[in-house]
Design a protein around this ligand. Sequence first.
Ligand SMILES: [Zn+2]
Length: 709
Amino acid sequence: MQSTNLLPIALGALLTGCSVAAQITAPPAPGNDTLAEFQRTAARFNSVVTVPTFETTPEALGSSVKTAIAQAESALSRIGRLAPSEVTFDNTVRALDDVADIIGTTDNRLDVIKQTSTNAALRDAATDQSKIIEQWAVGLDYREDVYRAIKAYADTRPALQGEDAKLLAETMRDYRRAGLDLPKPQRDEVEALRKKLSDLCTDFESNVTKAKQPVVFTKAELQGVPEDFLEQKGVQNPDGTCTVMANITWHCVTVMENARNEQTRLKLATARDSLAKEENLPLLQRILVLRDSIAHKLGYASWADYAIEIKMAKTAARAEDFLQRLATGLQPKFDAEIAEFRAMKAKDTGDPNAPFHLWDWRYYANQLKKQQYTVNEDALKVYFPYERCLRGMFAIYQRIFGLNFQQITPPYKWVDDLQLYAVSDAATGEPMGLFYLDMFPREGKYNHFANFGLIKGKLLQNGLCQRPVVALICNFPAPSAGRPSLLPHQDVVTLFHEFGHAMHAILTRARYARFSGTSVPRDFVEAPSQMLENWAWDKRVLDSFAADYRNPSKKIPAAILDQLKASKLAIEGAYYRRQLVFGLADLALHTKIHADNAAQAQPLADQIAAQTSFPEPPGTAWLAYFGHLMGYDAGYYGYAWADAIAADMATVFEKAPDGFFDRDAGRRLREEIYSKGNSRDVEVSIQKFLGRPESIQPFLKKIGVEASK
Ligand SMILES: [Zn+2]
């Protein structure tokens, strides 16, 4: 995952990077073991490496936010005061990018404090201050003085090239998308509708968060569900029954995968798909109508076209076409998997005609895994001690990207085991950036795995290049007395994935914060990291570091790895067809629902589910609990889209002489994808990296579908 700031349009893409060529030819001596040395080396390359100053009291947080907002306000006023005769690229569009960077850097730091501080009061203060920034930023799109100055510059029709031209074009696009180029009455109307929309979306999300539904079962009804789940506090009741919470995802998954009794699965699926139904279904209808109306007022055929315009797919039609091709490509594999599941159910129930339902597939997929692929994932962990995995991954990334990582002492630690590393180019010694590692769980910490940007790379107005700083915030199993931290294989995959985001941020050469590093379209940002997940499935890669922690001469047996791959592959058809339900329904809702048919939203989604995967339990309304519709609206297709690009990009390494260790392929990834960020159209970057147009075939092949042509 790559954390993103959900600031308004003009600040939506806040990152940084640089294209200042190294002016120094002699590489400095390696071994920057202090921050000061690293910073001195950076200065020789006309770069600046800054370690963020983390606030440690609520008062300090408040004062930082005040200062940042005051700085931003005065910079905005400077732009707003410009006479049409005074406007230049630097004092308008570029100055606006600087404002976004000031606010973004502060907000990023608040975010990291909110997610990592060991002090609850400080976490709360960071959350509150973050809201202050967001509220301030809401009005930014509508600062007419700033818009007038930027437009005055655009009206001079400057002959800009490359990244500069892209910055101007996208800044103007933001304003158009906010309605600023409409006559005043319509613009006010769009602004009012957007505000209304934002309120309704907040209500929808808060209903999702609040929705709770306990479902009580007898022990007999839960036959097959692991005992350690049933015996947990909160699940086991004094009278011997068990309470399963339909709103807790892992409760649902555990029961749906293991409960033998079909009625149990149906009852839980029904409860899950009815969460927030009464409150959110009417809200969703109003939201869809509002979005449709805003899109039309802004001149788009649909909200999906509006939302996708700024993505890699660019139009709703292209996203839809991709999903349909994937659905068609998957049909034979989906049919074969379902036939196998049906046969298992027929055998289980003694009924050769037993119908197969949505609430059956997770159970039979899990049975298939257990019966045909005897992978003991727990036994695999001994091959993945955390330290070995980290060092092994470092060695691979340093090799393929041509980098050196050097551990340095952080000037400030928010937690004792925090580590800080300096990244330099191996050939020239040029400092590229810094990354923090905060890798183990603790009370009050962010509970997933993600890369958090702190400082974006960007070219400063004084000609120096500001180098990026990021933090990987993860939750690997902590080491315990006498035993190192041992990672499940999935965590090794995650490690390669998340570190890929860190590289994407650090290796940027974009000149403007807006285009820096991971500030790429959302339907692309996961693709490079998803590609890097392949490394953790490659025997040669794993053998370079994975070894039994009790006897490092023992490598992971090839047969186990093959079983693991096969068990994953065996259910990919059903998995992706289910993903397609979400993607297709999301697009359909945002292209086909208007004021006159809003009540059709749920029936339309149900029809897509029935056609693409399985019919939903009767009387339910899964859309009411589908949180992606807020914030990732008309964007769900992006998951599969990025998966397809990831598989396509992986072929470059698969075909390279040295496979996943190939330096030339790695250098191309660095040069064509990572260093460019969003400074040029990502589609161009992907094609330069591939050396050909994109193809969906590698993805279909990866998930077990034979090439159709
Ligand atoms: Zn990611």
